[in-house]
Every structure is written in C-alpha cells, then in structure tokens.
Design a protein around this ligand. Sequence first.
Ligand code: ATP
Length: 356
Amino acid sequence: MAVQTIAVLPGDGIGKEVVAIGREMLELYRSRGFPLALWDLDLGADRYLRDGTTMPEDVFARIRDECSAVLLGALGDPRVPNLEHARDILLGLRFRLDLFANIRPCRALDDRLVPLKGKGAKDVSFVVFRENTEGIYVNVGGNFKKGTPDEIAINEDVNTRKGVERIIRKAFDHALAHGNKTVHMADKSNAMRQSGDLWQRVFQAVARDYPGIAAKHVYVDALCLYLIQAPERFEVIVTNNLFGDIITDLAAALHGGLGMACSASIGAGPVGLFEPVHGSAPDIAGQDKANPLATVLTVGAMMSHLGYPREEARLEAIVREAVAAKQCTADVGGTLGTAATGRFVLDRLKRDDPSP
Ligand code: ATP
C-alpha cells in the first residue's frame, strides 16, 4: 500500500496542545502498520514573529502535490493583531487547494452534553455542509467616502453556479452514502433574492438525481429556531459560507461546545484539511485546560478520508467512553487536563490494537 503523508500543523495557542495528542495517535497508527508518514510543519505565529514566514511556496506545493491530509490545530495569536499569518496559511490552503466543502458533524455523544430541556443524545445527530470558498469571504467590496458622514461600505456575496452545485451535490452524496432520508438547504432567499434564487434552483435540480432523498428548504433564521426546538428533524444541512459559519457554532453548543466539534474541508483533489472547529483560545492556552476530544474526532474523520472508516467509528466510541466516564476536561464535565485526557484516549486506542 502506498504511504500517505499527513502534514501536521499545530499552529497557535491551544492548537499546539491538542495537536500534540492527535500526532501521538497518528504515530500509534503508524507503529501498528498503517502506511502513514508524518510531516511536521513549523508554521504559525511563533515562526511569523521569528522570521516573517507565513506559508512558503515550496511547502504549499508539497502539501498540494504530495500530501493526503493536513492536521491543523488553530491559528490566531494576540501578538499578531491583523492575523496576517493566519490568513496566509488557512485561507491560502482553503482557497488555493479549492477545499469547497467544509463538513461539520454535530453528533451528541452523551445525553449530558445536550443542553436542551427534554432532549438527549439521540435527538442531536446531523451534519452541516458549509460552502467554503465563496460567499462574503471572497473579500470583494469596497468603501466610498470613508470617514465622512456619507460613507458607504459594501461586501459582495459571491455565488457561482459551479460553487453552489458542487457543495449541494456533496451533501446529497453524503446523505445517500449514510442512508439519510432528508437534505435541508438553508438560505435567506426572501431577502437575498438573486443568490437565493440560484441556490433554490440548483438545489431542486440536483435533488432530482437523488430520488430517495427528500429535498427540503428552510430559511436560515427559522433553522436557528428549529435547531433549538427540534434538532431531531435534521440529518444533513447544506448552506453557504456565512450561514454555515453561524449555524455550526450554534450546532456545537448542542453537543458539548467547541471542545467537541470537529471539521473536515474537502475539495476535488486528494488533499483534505482536518481541524477542530475551535480557535487558538488564548485565554486558556498553555494551561492544560483545552479539551482535546474535538481533535480526537478530527483524527477520526481524517482516518476515514485516508480509507480507514473503522478507525473513525472506533475513535468516536472512545470519545463517548471518555465523556461517559468523565475522563475528560472540565468543559464537558470531567476533572482531567488536556494531557491526561489524551492519555486516556491513547491507552484505550492501544488496548484496541488497531490494524489496517
Ligand atoms: P481565535 O481567535 O483563534 O478564533 P478565540 O478565543 O476567539 O480564538 P475560540 O478559541 O474558538 O475563539 O474559543 C472561544 C472560547 O471557547 C475560548 O476562549 C475558550 O474559553 C473556549 N474553548 C475553545 N476551545 C476549547 C477547547 N478545546 N476546550 C475548552 N475550551 C475551549
């Protein structure tokens, strides 16, 4: 079997602490015969402040041409107020590798993690497909008469037929592969008429290729309401870049918070970018408080991408166990630190003795 290379980029703040654990897990897999190679990247705020490097061209080219996945911790540091390094590294990877599908599962792994009255883990199990390369994030816009009483500020919301179609198709493909019965498309077409019209037409057109799956439309404001009132109604949600950003934070709160939320960014090419949803959390960085379980689930999603879906299920089961036994950090009701939670996961993984 060909060796698959994973670029490991811990980044800043708690990213370093949680990726240290993710890296150990990947090392363990490697030692058990999984054909993986790890490539450590010293990029992030420290490096930027040291010598001005953000994302060297040769490193980017190697990631694009030689890697199967990138494991990224977080980027963000109060010492770099304009976040220039983060923009170059993260947006560089996302846009230049054309990672158009940001996939964020929202699956509660313990009743205790669901904050809604009368709801439990069985009620919170859906996945959000967020368009990742268009929308307002393309930074098209401008100011006119800035600093005067007549100032105008414009941000354009860019939606292409190709971009809309490929993310919607990805969501339906996922639903088909996982036996889901519905895909919801969330927009604000009553206010954003042109882009909404495009999303609606493409959604209906793509849905015709998936006759066994009900294609349902929901306004994004109503979706926020329903996610709190009746999250069990949702299996797969597809939406644009901005709405995806907002509803996945809401979704994270339904299953234990940012410390439990993982994400994958996938494009047409072979390289996937895998990262916990949380940021660098400078308020708790370096204090052994960060929950590493989002990263454990992120490694699971990465293993699936690399062709080992059994490992994703295994790691989810281990996380479930850690939370149930309170062998986890304080944000999800445990008493352990980051490193000890990681040790619990690694010991369990070793005991399972995984093989490719
Ligand atoms: P950034 O600027 O890098 O996005 P941030 O502080 O703005 O960082 P997050 O890091 O996403 O935003 O997190 C917001 C808050 O949630 C943090 O300040 C922290 O208290 C909490 N938090 C985030 N991730 C975790 C985690 N893995 N474990 C525990 N608490 C977390």
